[in-house]
Design a binder for this molecule. Sequence first.
Ligand SMILES: *Cc1c(COP(=O)(O)O)cnc(C)c1O
Length: 369
Amino acid sequence: MSVEKALNNSSAFLNVDLGAIINNYETLAGQAQTAACAAVVKANAYGLGMTEIAQAIFHNTRCTTFFVANLVEAVNLRTTLPNAVIYVFNGLFSDQIETYKEYKIRPILNDLSQVLLWSGSPEPCAMHFDTGINRLGLSEHEAEKFLNSRHNLNLELMISHLIRSEEQDHKTNNIQLGKFRKIVEALGDVPASLANSGGIFLGHEYHFDLVRPGIMLYGGNPGLKSLPAGLKPTFEIKARILQIRDVLPGMTVGYNATWTAEEPSRVALMNVGYADGTLKVSDRKSHVSINGHLAPVIGKVSMDMIAVNISASEFDKVKVSDFAEILGPNITLEMASEVSTLGQYELLTGIGHRYHRWYGKNNKLGAKI
Ligand SMILES: *Cc1c(COP(=O)(O)O)cnc(C)c1O
């Protein structure tokens, strides 16, 4: 069965435009100038699909280095990308050493006990230095000990992570940069990496040898109001209108009757809900987009249904079986994040597994079904 045919059978689908992700990679790599650009594909590429996305980036760009959070993700990625460099943020535990070696995966060592575990191995690894976020990485005290000791590691990379990279003028960025620089100077010629997506836009001094974008590859932009030039939305979620109801004044829609019609209304129902993730905390202000016009979601999410008010005249031609955009180029992550308590990272990684998923290099977003 062709993809298009299958799509026509689905009630809701996620269309990932791999071409747009490749475009975003190139834009970020260009912004990083002389630094190399890696791809962070942890958490199933932020919910959009690690296998398809990592393959598209690896085979269509010069990207050779990928970061994931844990060893299971890394082993999965290794089976699709036999020749990529793969780093694991979570560090190294004694029962994992064999797996790291067998799959040629590089641990990012987060404390001195992990340094001891890998010490003596000719296989490459990286070091993570904490410069203030107090997440993973060697504390300042441990870093000092590490820098003063003779370690027997094949150190290919040193990293640190920014706390507020999306707040461009915040002094924390500069303080972390200063701390990281000191470590970089002390370690000599080991390649260094500090910038996540936001960090790439803080200026060249934040780039060092390698940048590590995640969310901006996928079209997210947690800091600025709109996507920086050259970055595109990379996906759309669309749902079929299952039924259209005429609702009379005084009638209510959905569980607990939280919406009451004030005038004769047309209400469209779609199969999108809690299982699909994106709408958990949607409220009265959220919208879907139908033929480029915004239509308000009304009432509560009814388990796995939403109701949308399509009474306005621009929806006169809308009929059952048409598709509405739930999230994508018209209902952007910024917009969805603004009307909920969810950040863009949560919205992306919360996309459910029920959507029919469709990946292509020329999946024009917004194309008519
Ligand atoms: C997730 C992560 C990244 C990518 O961050 P984005 O803000 O999504 O670009 C980079 N480095 C580390 C250590 C991370 O955990």
